[in-house]
Structures are given as structure tokens and as C-alpha cells.
Design a protein around this ligand. Structure first.
Ligand SMILES: [Zn+2]
Length: 68
């Protein structure tokens, strides 16, 4: 498990449940890698922000064009 694989798993964990092997390998990597541990902590926040932006864009664009 390297950092690329670890961050990919962290992002995939938001969309699907990881297998126990993936969880175990990820846990080992996170134990030794501060960068990926921080990425894992920020991941849910980043996802929430990007989702809010995606939702906000649609409604704001609509409100802007509909307003006369
Ligand atoms: Zn790492």
C-alpha cells in the first residue's frame, strides 16, 4: 500500500464499503503515514463541501436567471 492507493481507498470508502483486507491495509498505512491520515480526516469534509457547491451552483444559477 502506497499513498496513491491509500488516498484512492479513502475516497472509495465514501462510495462503497471497503473489504476487510482493504480496511486492514489502509489502517496499517494510516498508522505510519501522517499525510494520508490527515487526508482521511478531511475527506468527509471535502466531500460535503464539494456536494454543497454542486447543489449551490444549480440553485444559484437558476435563481440568477429566473429573477427579473
Ligand atoms: Zn500515505
Amino acid at each position: 500500500m502506497n499513498c496513491v492507493q491509500a488516498t484512492r481507498l479513502l475516497s472509495e470508502a465514501m462510495d462503497r464499503p471497503l473489504t476487510w483486507q482493504e480496511q486492514a491495509r489502509l489502517k496499517v498505512h494510516l498508522a505510519i503515514c501522517t499525510g494520508c491520515r490527515q487526508f482521511g480526516q478531511q475527506m468527509p469534509v471535502l466531500r460535503r463541501i464539494s456536494r454543497l457547491y454542486a447543489e449551490g451552483e444549480g440553485s444559484e444559477a437558476g435563481a440568477g436567471t429566473k429573477h427579473e
